[in-house]
Design a protein around this ligand. Structure first.
Ligand code: NAX
Ligand code: K
Length: 555
């Protein structure tokens, strides 16, 4: 598992380490690690010239010492001091070391255009303007220098891309767009969250000897090795019931395919037994595609409610299916609620619940539930504010052409309410939320839905977020953009349902489901198009191979 720690946690760990070490030791380790990465990248890119952009804090100090190392290794090195106060504004000992190593020093405040020319010449740029002490956004003088960076230069952000919010809560238009980030001690939340992940680029963690193992993480990301630890593997005493029976209320006369996708993926994920509740057309399809499934209601350990569900159906079969969906939601059993099922959510359930909206569905749900809550005395607070900006609208000063944070991924579904329909604009009613609002602040809006429902919220996107009250946010970015295809969400809900039925917590089931879904999509895609059904059929071999990694790993 990758664990990212909040700035306060990092500062406390650094203080504890510094108390045991000579002055400057941590910075020296950071600078050396940074220089080693830079040397490797210069070799990869056949680069020879280096510029360090140096701000007023210790992030600039790291950069000055790293550039000194690079100059000593024979590279043509310069630094540009960004603060308006020039030399007096930067880390004095670092500046002395850089000058002693023969680094050319340019002061942006003295001659901004000459400094920009120097920046434009560099093959490799170290962004040391601000680190974890930074506020979001770049000052104009810094932005001008970042803008001068050559499109072909390799940009390494020191600790984090300057201009980003270290906590990853606030999106920021004005930030460095790094090819790579070299961070110290532990990842920071911004490296794993949608607000900063794309501008972070490749992430390398340099061990500087601080200890955060016992400290709570702010954000976590499951990795392949976590599958062995978390995936429910049957023992010799298990039978199909003890392994978990999953009930699926999905598909409809209008959207029958979702039933096939959801039940197929649940079966592929190895559920003990599957019950399916649907209308005649999807029942026939499920019979053919998943002969293991038992059609009809019965005892289950968990439910999936909603993929392809037609909440407008008013024929007898449709109404009976909707009654089963409502009964599942009113039961004391764990439920995954997806797509059409989200329209049936009325607020808190007492039992474990995973809601799996994409941005548009989350916006609709928040608008409806917050509207309803406003009419009551105990209305929860609306949570953090939301801006109209979107990922797509974000522009970073040195972002490469066409480089965006990626669109919605894994959000596709064969269900009526997940067919990419999004609220066109902010609605007239007070408190109405749009899909763009959610994309501009996915974590904040996810938290709002958690506060309203008490559920685990899995928000689909290029990076999928899993938010549960009292747990570190899980952030999974395993899937290729090809997964943004209709039906992918139906497959995801089947996997999560199988894991819930086996007894995993909603937080683990949702994040592990997202991981396996994304890894499967990546394998199935192989760099090309994929179909949701192929992802469903890929779940079984993917889980098998991930479990086999654990068996072959040295103990
Ligand atoms: N604390 C430690 O023990 C270690 C810290 N290290 C480095 O130190 C960094 C943190 O250093 P600092 O706490 O000095 O803080 P930073 O270097 O992140 O920056 C703080 C300075 O930048 C200015 N600033 C803030 N936001 C700005 C913005 N948007 N635009 C321009 N200037 C802005 C502030 O006025 C302040 O002077 C880490 O990110 C890491 O790079 C490493 O050397 C490892 C050890
Ligand atoms: K930086």
């Amino acid at each position: 598992m990758i664990r990212a720690h909040a700035v306060e946690t990092v500062r406390a760990a650094e203080a504890a380490a510094m108390a045991q070490l000579p002055d400057g030791e941590l910075m020296s380790r950071a600078a050396l690690g940074l220089a080693e990465v830079a040397v490797a990248r210069l070799a990869d890119t056949e680069g020879t010239t280096v510029v360090g952009l140096v701000g007023a804090g210790d992030n600039g100090g790291d950069t000055l010492y790293a550039v000194a190392h690079l100059a000593e290794s024979g590279f043509a090195c310069a630094v540009v001091l960004v603060p308006t106060s020039g030399r007096s504004g930067v880390h004095a000992a670092g500046l002395e070391a850089a000058e002693a190593a023969g680094v050319m020093v340019h002061v942006a405040a003295d001659d901004g255009s000459a400094a920009a020319d120097v920046v434009a010449e560099a093959d490799l740029v170290l962004d040391g303007i601000v680190g974890i002490g930074g506020r979001p956004g770049l000052r104009p003088e810094a932005a001008r220098l970042v803008d001068a960076v050559d499109d072909d230069a390799w940009v390494i952000a020191v600790d984090l891309a300057s201009g980003l919010d270290p906590a990853g809560e606030e999106g920021e238009d004005d930030a460095v767009w790094a090819d790579e980030t070299v961070t110290f001690g532990t990842p920071k939340p911004v490296h794993l969250l949608p607000a900063g992940e794309a501008a972070t680029g490749r992430l390398t963690v340099v061990d500087i000897g601080i200890d955060v193992d016992e400290a709570p993480a702010a954000v976590e990301r499951l990795t392949w090795d976590d599958v062995v630890a978390l995936w429910p593997v049957p023992g010799s005493g298990d039978d199909k019931y003890s392994r978990g029976v999953l009930g699926v209320v999905a598909g409809s006369e209008a959207y029958p395919g979702a039933a096939v996708l959801c039940t197929t993926s649940a079966a592929e994920a190895g559920v003990g037994m599957l019950r399916y509740v649907g209308t005649p057309t999807p029942v026939g399809l499920v019979h053919q595609a998943v002969p293991e499934a038992v059609v009809g209601d019965g005892r289950v350990q968990a439910w999936v409610v909603g993929p392809g569900l037609d909440t407008d159906a008013d024929d007898t079969h449709g109404r009976t299916q909707l009654d089963a969906a409502r009964a599942a939601l009113e039961s004391d059993l764990p439920v995954v609620v997806d797509a059409g099922g989200l329209a049936l959510v009325e607020g808190r359930r007492a039992a474990p619940t995973v809601l799996t909206p994409h941005a548009g569905e989350l916006a609709r749900l928040l608008t409806r539930l917050e509207g309803a809550a406003e009419g009551t005395d105990d209305a929860p607070s609306a949570g953090s504010g939301s801006g109209p900006s979107t990922d797509d609208a974000r522009s970073s000063v040195n972002r490469p052409a066409g480089g965006t944070a990626g669109g919605q991924q894994g959000a596709g579904s064969a269900s009526p309410s997940t067919a990419g329909d999004e609220l066109p604009a902010r609605g007239p009613g007070h408190g109405s939320v749009t899909a763009d609002d959610v994309k501009g602040d996915p974590l904040g809006h996810g938290r709002r839905l958690v506060a309203l429902t008490g559920a685990t919220v899995l928000l689909k996107g290029a990076t999928t977020l899993v938010v549960t009250d009292g747990e570190p946010v899980r952030s999974q970015a395993d899937a290729p953009p090809w997964l943004a295809t209709a039906g992918a969400g139906d497959v995801l809900s089947g996997v999560i349902g199988a894991l819930l039925a086996a007894g995993l917590t909603p937080h683990d089931a949702a994040s592990l489901g997202a991981l396996v879904h994304g890894v499967t999509a990546d394998r199935v895609s192989g760099g090309g198009p994929l179909r949701a059904l192929a992802v469903a059929h890929g779940i079984r071999p993917t889980v098998r191979d991930l479990l086999a990694r654990g068996r072959s790993a040295p103990s």
